[in-house]
Design a protein around this ligand. Structure first.
Ligand SMILES: NC(=O)c1ccc[n+]([C@@H]2O[C@H](COP(=O)([O-])OP(=O)(O)OC[C@H]3O[C@@H](n4cnc5c(N)ncnc54)[C@H](OP(=O)(O)O)[C@@H]3O)[C@@H](O)[C@H]2O)c1
Length: 318
């Protein structure tokens, strides 16, 4: 009961900005001109559904070559076909972003093709059931966090993603309810797992990862973290059916959720020196409540992720 009241208070606090009304107020129609990405090369994860699909299609329509990563080969083919005349600029690549080995293979494939301009780390799942991958990681943290790191670091270290590159991480307003706690990133048993809490932690962690990449110096790509507001997608339909039922009229379209990622790629704002999270083309504060401050730091987070990757490697070697 207490949890439901807290959730209601949380949603009420953010309704004005995160709903469709927020998008309409914060991005007036006069600013919604066509964005161009000619000669750019993009990678978009989760490109077959929801926000990722809207980003990938708009990037290709704006002239970018898009490497579209997703898991389901049938959906990937359907997605590419819906791009119509822009199909020629889309390369569908089938990869399970829950698996370190699969993401490493995708990095190799992508890096062979040359320089990249934009990586959108979009995939994110809220898993209410506790499950682990064949590599021994909890599936949610592997998908939402660890493999974003594997992807971006792999591309960065290979040289494919350099100082002119841009990383856009798709976080969530849910991170406003979380203080980064490394012990809460990955439950080791079903009893210890809470899908909401884990998701909020992963999304808060993306803010710290962004700080990590921006702290690497001028040779590293510029990194931004954003959230899309509340968007009507299959992800929301399956993970938050009650939320969707109540707020149906106020949810954003996938295109509205995608808008900030596209705008960041078109305008390339400088590294946000003091952090922040983008929503509707505005850099908002990273914290809305005092209790979320003072959590684990970016270097501590990266050390944690690297330990979990080393565990995967040790298991596969042994
Ligand atoms: N919707 C919202 O209101 C909202 C709010 C805040 C933040 N976000 C964030 O925005 C991002 C996109 O959300 P969404 O609602 O658009 O998601 P969605 O509707 O669930 O779309 C999911 C996409 O990700 C792919 N995917 C999922 N798991 C994958 C895996 N293991 N490997 C490869 N691809 C995988 C799916 O492809 P397959 O079908 O092939 O697996 C599909 O293309 C997420 O990071 C989410 O946390 C969304």
């Amino acid at each position: 009961m207490l949890k439901q009241v807290a959730a209601l208070a949380f949603y009420a606090r953010f309704f004005r900005d995160f709903s469709r009304l927020g998008f309409e107020r914060r991005v007036p129609p006069s600013e919604r001109r066509e964005l161009r990405f000619d000669d750019q090369r993009w990678v978009v994860t989760g490109a077959t559904g929801g926000i990722g699909r809207a980003i990938a299609l708009a990037a290709a329509a704006g002239g970018a070559q898009v490497i579209a990563l997703a898991r389901d080969p049938v959906k990937l083919d359907d997605f590419a076909e819906t791009a119509g005349p822009h199909r020629v600029r889309i390369e569908p690549v089938c990869v399970d972003l829950a698996l370190v080995s699969a993401v490493r293979a995708a990095v190799e494939h992508t890096a062979r093709k040359g320089r990249l301009d934009v990586v959108v780390a979009n995939v994110g799942v809220m898993l209410h059931d506790w499950r682990t991958t064949v590599e021994g990681l909890e599936t949610g943290v592997a998908t939402n966090l660890i493999n974003h790191f594997v992807l971006v670091e792999g591309l960065r270290r290979s040289g494919a993603l350099g100082s002119n590159g841009l990383v856009v991480s798709m976080s969530s307003g849910g991170m406003y309810g979380a203080r980064l706690d490394l012990d809460a990133l990955e439950a080791r048993s079903a009893d210890a797992h809470d899908g909401f809490t884990a998701y909020a932690q992963h999304k808060r962690a993306q803010v710290e990862l962004t700080r990590y990449w921006n702290g690497l110096g001028p040779s590293a790509p510029v990194a931004h973290v954003m959230h899309p507001g509340w968007v009507d997608t299959d992800g929301v339909r399956s993970a938050l059916p009650g939320f969707r039922r109540i707020l149906a009229r106020y949810l954003r379209t996938a295109e509205q959720g995608a808008d900030t990622a596209l705008w960041l790629a078109a305008t390339h704002p400088p590294r946000p020196g003091r952090g922040g999270i983008w929503l509707d083309r505005h850099l908002d504060p990273e914290h809305a409540f005092g209790f979320t401050r003072g959590g684990a730091t970016a270097p501590e987070l990266v050390a944690w992720i690297e330990r979990r990757i080393a565990d995967v490697d040790a298991r596969s070697a042994g």
